[in-house]
Structure formats: C-alpha cells, structure tokens
Design a binder for this molecule. Sequence first.
Ligand code: TXA
Ligand code: MG
Length: 344
Amino acid sequence: MKTLVLSANHRDTAAIAAQIIRSSGLVAIPTETVYGLGANGLSDSAVAKIFIAKGRPQDNPLILHVADAGDIEKFCHSIPSAAYKLAEAFWPGPLTMVLPARDSVPKCTTAGLSTVAVRCPDNALTREIIRLSGVPIAAPSANISGKPSTTTAQHVLHDHDGKIDAIVDGGPCRVGVESTIVDLTEERPRLLRPGGITPEQLREILGDLVVDKAVTSQISKDEVVKAPGMKYRHYAPQSEIIIISGSREKAAAYIRRHISPEDRVLCFEEELALYENCRPLAYGRESQVDTLSAGLFAALRELDDPSVSRVYARCPEGGGVAYAVQNRLKKAAAFHIVDAEVAL
Ligand code: TXA
Ligand code: MG
C-alpha cells in the first residue's frame, strides 16, 4: 500500500482524509497533543485495523474523537454536570473524559468496557475531518505499541509507511504529550493520565480529584487498572533509562562518574555544557516546561537506537505540565530513579 502524505495546507486534504475514514481506512491525524492513528470509531472492522497496524493489545480501549462537545451525548449516557463544565473550560483541548458508553459504540473501540473515552482535539483541520466523515474518529497515539508517541508526520511515516492509507501532515504537535484523562464514571473524579490540562486546572473546576495509582507507580501486567493502557511499559527506547534526580551539579557529577562510551545523557538545554564528551541530547529548556513536553518524544525516538546502551535522564520537578513530563519519563524508565544527592 502507498501511504499518502496530505499537506494541511492543501484545500482538498480534509475531504480526502474524510473519504478514507468513511471507507474504513486508516488516516494518521494531527492533534495538539500527539498524532493519532484514526479510523471510523463506529466500525468494528475499521477499528480492528488500528490494533493490527499498531500491534496493540486487544484489551486496550481507544479514545473517540469528536468535532463538537455536544456530540458526546450521541456516544455517552448518564453524563454528569462535571463533564459539561470540563468541556466548557477545556475543549477543544488536551483533555479526555471517560463516561458511560451508549450501545452505539462498538466493543472493539471500548475493548469490551461499559465506558468510553471521548475527546475534542484542538486542531481545526482534524475537527473538520471528523465533521466531514460524519462519524467519531477512534485514534490511539500513532506510534507502534510500546514505542514513544509520534509528534511529527515523519515519526508516523517511520512507524507506518506503506501500512496505512494516509497521513495528514499538520507539523509538529504543540503540547507533545498525550491528553490528560479523567474518569467521571465513579463518585469521585479520577485522574488516569496527566497531560496538558494540569491537576491544578482540573481541581479548580471539579473541586475534588483522586490520582489513580497507575499515574505514580509501576503497575504489573496482571493488575486490574482503570486505564488498561497504563499497565504497559510505554514510551520506551531500546536502551535502559535511568532518571538522575538532584541538583544540576550533583547530577552531573554522578553521571560523569558512571557514564560509559555507549551511554547518552538526556538533559535540559541549560545543562548541555556540563556534559561535553557525554553525547548529551537536550529535549527543551528547564525554565520553559512546555518546551520539555513538546520535545520529549522526539528525543526518546532519537535515543531509540540499538547502539545506545543506557540513557541518564534529567526530569523537571514540580506540578503543572511538568507533572505529565515526569509521568512519561518515569514510565519510560520503568520508575528507575537515582537520587544524586545521596548516591555515590
Ligand atoms: O492525546 C491523546 O489522548 C492521543 C491523541 C491521538 O488524541 N491519544 C492517545 O491514545 O493517547 P492512546 O490510545 O495512546 O491512549 C489512550 C489511553 C490508554 O491508556 C487507554 O487504556 C485509555 O486511554 N482509555 C481508553 N478508553 C478508556 C476507558 N473507557 N476507560 C479507561 N481508560 C481508557
Ligand atoms: Mg499511546
């Protein structure tokens, strides 16, 4: 199969992409978070192709992308007022809500759950594609399962050239980490995955928010978790990743003491000078956390090289979007963290 690359600037792109979705094909779509691998979310056979292309475990449900907040009523029932408030505050935007699913949503999309995840992405072209398709688009992040997410059309081509019908090239993704996921099906709202909408922003609207344990700790394969995707080791390059916490100077001293020639350092731009001769790769500025979230997955992809044996990584501290960066990096490191303030 030849994979079409459709430019966001071309006037026929939305119509062509929508036509492919309507005929049960696969189209990679740009969003503000990461590229998604999209298909008709109401068609079992179309959705099945996503699982095959990604090599995704069958028990991992997909997010339904809608063009307008009002559309959630077509796919969800028993919608609490909190959902409307969140949609009003953050949609279109990097927030996904888990709600009770209507029967119109096929089991293939929800992986057999009685709930469905819905999101209205902040990308006008992608919303136009959804509108023209006439169906919600089911889309996981467009990476091969287990690999770092795709934040450019080139990343998607790398993983899927010749295996999917088309890629809509909308340039690099602004946020760079996947959407925040909130489960609204229980008594208390629960954060299942941190992202561009921060816990602080959610609490302002919801008052209350429980943080699921899958956000803060490693979950074993057999554990039952709310977001099935959270138990898999994600975002992982082939090399081992170790996060080195502590002050800039102590971390640099620790890394310089332990590093081997096949290892690399993933750090902040402000730290590059400390790692001369250590093959450092900066993923953004520590003083500007949104550059770290935007650059993280591209950097993890660059480090996904069999010749790199270990990556010493620096992780931003604090809340806000840094919380999402910490979550992704800790998962990539399988929660292996060394505190340079105390380690020798
Ligand atoms: O930013 C994003 O959310 C991107 C873009 C493309 O929209 N999509 C994305 O999809 O990250 P994916 O499939 O890579 O991650 C979706 C996560 C998975 O961990 C999945 O288990 C969880 O959402 N999920 C989906 N439906 C769910 C449900 N009904 N209940 C709980 N978790 C759900
Ligand atoms: Mg994903």
